[in-house]
Write a protein that binds this ligand. Structure first.
Ligand code: ZN
Length: 284
């Protein structure tokens, strides 16, 4: 009996040592993209009007951008991101970070863009091109104005219906149509896409490549490395759940670890009899 107890204690201790080792590594290496990958933040709405899972208050957004600015982070362009993925880091600043927004809400122009400008940062907005000009969404004039000032744009398809819900021909239509719309309005290549709801299949990835995109972002949590599949890139979600400043800090610093927690939580939540277990695993 005593022997078993010693064994269990040993295993628990070893686990604690390993876990704290991993956390210490992540804490100190999280600012070094060579070691822990490129962080890509993913926002949606920034306003005071709505209170949905996609909404962040402008004051919270500013607090986060100010933190990045004061802590030596530099927002990078899509070109710099591409160079990083190609293994060329000669043009990369210290502590690079890619800031992205999905859906193309008009509040990105009203709130997020002025805040980014104030801190000398840029971001990339993924547009649902059929929604541009509709109430609540950006219009092409706003898109052009921001584009001229250094903000960048990618595709979030034509209709925002998940790409895995289409047959091949319609999938192609969504991918090519939205790419062309962005290129036609901005007169520059549109090589990046964010998949609606982060959903994709092997066919989606294949058609994305066929449509001429070079990179695809999901909403899976994590950071990106040059050896990752360029059409299956992770981001750090700044939506879903209460994004306090502590959440932001934790997710930014421990992206890989928080990704692990999220995935295990989701896994256990999936089955009825393991649901109580899921509740024990925090969603950071
Ligand atoms: Zn979306």
């Amino acid at each position: 009996m005593k022997k078993i107890c010693t064994w269990i204690l040993g295993i628990v201790l070893a686990f604690i040592v390993l876990l704290s080792g991993a956390l210490i590594y992540w804490y100190f290496a999280s600012i070094n993209y060579h070691l822990t990958g490129m962080p890509v933040l993913n926002y949606h709405q920034v306003n005071n009007k709505f209170h949905t899972v996609l909404t962040m208050k402008p004051e919270n957004f500013e607090e986060q951008i100010r933190y990045l600015s004061e802590n030596g982070y530099h927002s990078i362009t899509l070109e710099q991101f591409e160079q990083y993925m190609e293994g060329n880091t000669s043009n990369l600043p210290d502590r690079p970070i890619l800031i992205t927004f999905d859906d193309g809400y008009v509040d990105n122009y009203e709130y997020a863009y002025p805040i980014l400008k104030k801190y000398n940062m840029v971001g990339t907005i993924f547009l649902i091109t059929d929604f541009v000009g509709r109430p609540g969404y950006l219009n092409w004039d706003q898109v052009k104005e921001m584009s001229n000032a250094g903000m960048e744009f990618g595709s979030h398809t034509l209709s925002h219906r998940p790409l895995d819900s289409f047959n091949r021909a319609d999938m192609r239509h969504e991918l090519v149509g939205s790419k062309k719309a962005v290129e036609w309005h901005l007169n520059r290549p549109c090589d990046f896409i964010a998949f609606p709801e982060g959903k994709f299949t092997d066919t989606v990835l294949e058609e994305t490549q066929n449509a001429g995109y070079k990179y695809g972002f999901t909403i899976d949590a994590g950071r990106d490395f040059p050896w990752d599949n360029p059409y299956d890139l992770d981001r750090i979600a700044m939506f879903e759940g209460p994004i306090s400043f502590e959440h932001f800090r934790f997710r930014l610093t421990f992206s890989a670890f928080s990704a692990f927690l999220w995935k295990t939580h989701k896994f256990f939540e999936h089955m009825e009899f393991t649901k109580p277990l899921a509740n024990c695993i925090p969603e950071p």
